[in-house]
Design a protein around this ligand. Structure first.
Ligand code: SAM
Length: 212
């Protein structure tokens, strides 16, 4: 458990309660302070939930990030508020349109309408030796996506993944699914920490890992 937050992420009183916040243009109607700090809702963001639960994510702020499964940009907008260059992959055109709008307010956020299962299609755009690979694709084969994209990570980089059990198999008990996914992840990563996110996101497991 770590109470350290990355530079650029704060715990502030917003709307009368302590909340995580980053500073940047608003994206999803989140409450803000007069100084432009906007609340980061862990109920809408698995990475926000990982920070809220005090997981040691190895984030200091300023990291170079590849984010897989960016959707409309809810979480990746907060990441771009505290990180350096942030490459955001999303394959569904509809949310990707919103993501482009989010990037218009953020010079360091680069949306890519690409399939995360095919990293060769964006390898010419994304830098190598990245500090952090954040994954929230909620699709079957989540471990395969993480292993295929390991190529972008620096040797001391971090994988921060949210694994959704029901995306793998709705009929199998989530604990069993998570065990299988972790075994597959070990083909490319050393697992550093795991934590169930059920307080904020049903049947999700957070995984922190480093490439091996
Ligand atoms: N991470 C987002 C957030 O917190 O704001 C929510 C992500 S949502 C749970 C999962 C997203 O992953 C969806 O938008 C889906 O279209 C996208 N996705 C699923 N499989 C993908 C793939 N193979 N390549 C790119 N995006 C994918």
């Amino acid at each position: 458990m770590s109470d350290a937050l990355p530079d650029g992420v704060r715990r502030l009183s917003i709307d009368g309660r302590e909340r995580l916040a980053t500073r940047g243009a608003p994206v999803y109607g989140e409450p803000q302070t007069d100084e432009g700090w906007r609340a980061w809702d862990p109920g809408r963001s698995k990475l926000g939930a990982m920070l809220e639960l005090g997981m040691d994510l190895g984030l200091d702020g300023g990291e170079r990030v590849l984010y897989l499964g960016a959707a409309s940009g809810t979480t990746v907008s907060h990441v771009a508020d505290f990180a350096g260059p942030t490459y955001a992959v999303e394959f569904a055109p509809r949310p990707a349109r919103d993501l482009v709008g989010v990037a218009e307010d953020r010079d360091n956020l680069f949306p890519l309408l690409k399939d995360a299962r095919e990293p060769e299609t964006y390898a010419h755009v994304v830098e190598s030796d990245l500090d952090c690979l954040i994954q929230d694709v909620a699709t079957r084969g989540q471990s395969t996506v993480a292993v295929r994209n390991r190529q972008f990570l620096a040797p001391d980089g971090r994988l921060l993944a949210a694994i959704k059990a029901r995306s793998e198999d709705v009929l199998v008990d989530p604990s069993e699914v998570f065990g299988d996914v972790l075994d597959e992840l070990r083909e490319g990563y050393r697992i550093l920490e795991t934590e169930r996110l059920d307080r904020f996101h049903d049947d999700h497991l957070a995984v922190v890992a480093e490439p091996k």
